[in-house]
Write a protein that binds this ligand. Structure first.
Ligand SMILES: NC(=O)c1ccc[n+]([C@@H]2O[C@H](COP(=O)([O-])OP(=O)(O)OC[C@H]3O[C@@H](n4cnc5c(N)ncnc54)[C@H](OP(=O)(O)O)[C@@H]3O)[C@@H](O)[C@H]2O)c1
Length: 287
């Protein structure tokens, strides 16, 4: 119900109605007996700054940001964590006397992968499909690992090139190779970790073409998109006998990191995961 002492958390996005984050955070607070409420706020881009001010005026503790606000929040922060600065996007805000912008997506991406395959991605050859906002977090995370090569393939080549240039100061070994999304020209035979960060699949549409007959049998396929019973890509990967995972665990891990920043408590991740696995139909996954 909420009380005079209830503390406010939330998420800003446009659209926002189908976000899973309120379920994740409110369930966690209930399980831990914490008096917080996490609300979804439909914030259109031109109202971002005033929504932020209103949230602060109401005494809000912190909020998540999802499409299309992650980059627009950067200049509105008093302080950025090294991760947010490096990724160039904010997905978690702490409202104290100063506004602190964090990014927990890169952590979420890697923590979820290493839960399932702790051997990845060190020493492996990675192909990242997509060069949008989510790819920024994925590339940032991968650059901190010992992956051998990192091909960044995007429909719009210039966007992949711009991302490679953005990360060049953190890529002294020149591991990032921007390429266009041309299925015939990508070096599938060398790839041992395939990561989809394009938005394809979120509404069940067909995934990008993959040369399955050229991809090694032991290649791992990680789709950061999420859908009921997996995504078109993870279902295809399974039909081609590849090990695979979708983006649900990334979502939970990025949420868990934000939860701890706001509440100083550990999210009961296993219980949240088990609940979501049973009730994930019809929600989006990027926050
Ligand atoms: N699991 C999680 O926690 C998590 C976190 C963040 C995001 N996500 C998911 O990641 C996805 C991408 O999010 P984003 O923020 O990166 O979106 P974005 O910034 O809009 O980028 C979209 C990317 O998809 C590509 N793309 C879109 N339609 C395409 C098509 N028909 N053919 C080929 N490429 C296409 C775009 O290529 P162009 O550059 O050529 O347009 C771009 O690289 C979303 O589905 C989101 O739900 C999941």
């Amino acid at each position: 119900m909420g009380s005079g002492g209830t503390r406010l958390l939330g998420i800003f996005g446009d659209p926002i109605a189908h976000s899973l984050s309120p379920v994740i955070h409110n369930l966690s607070c209930n399980l831990l007996g914490l008096d917080y409420r996490y609300l979804p706020f439909h914030v259109v881009p031109e109202r971002l700054s005033s929504a932020l001010q209103s949230f602060r005026n109401l005494g809000g503790v912190g909020f998540n940001a999802t499409i299309p606000h992650k980059e627009a929040l950067l200049p509105l922060m008093d302080e950025l964590t090294p991760a947010a600065r490096r990724i160039g996007a904010v997905n978690t805000v702490i409202c104290q006397e100063r506004l602190i912008g964090h990014n927990t997506d890169a952590h979420g991406f890697l923590a979820a992968l290493q839960d399932v395959r702790p051997d990845l991605p060190d020493g492996h050859h990675v192909l990242v499909l997509g060069a949008g906002g989510a790819a920024r977090s994925v590339v940032s995370a991968l650059l901190d690992t010992g992956c051998q090569t990192l091909i960044l393939a995007n429909r719009t080549l210039s966007r992949a090139e711009a991302l490679a240039q953005f990360f060049a100061p953190h890529d002294p070994g020149h591991r990032i190779q921007p390429m266009s999304l041309d299925v015939d020209r990508l070096p599938w035979e060398t790839i041992t970790l395939l990561v989809n960060t394009t938005s394809l699949g979120i509404h069940g549409e067909a995934s990008l073409p993959v040369a399955w007959h050229r991809l090694p049998d032991d290649a791992f396929v990680y789709d950061i998109v999420y859908g009921p019973r997996g995504t078109p890509l993870t279902r295809l990967a399974l039909s081609y006998h590849r090990q695979t995972m979708d983006g649900l665990d990334m979502l939970i891990h990025q949420a868990a990191a934000a939860f701890t920043l706001w509440t100083n408590h550990e999210m009961p991740v296993a219980m949240v995961r088990s609940f979501l696995s049973r009730s994930r139909d019809g929600h989006t996954l990027d926050g």
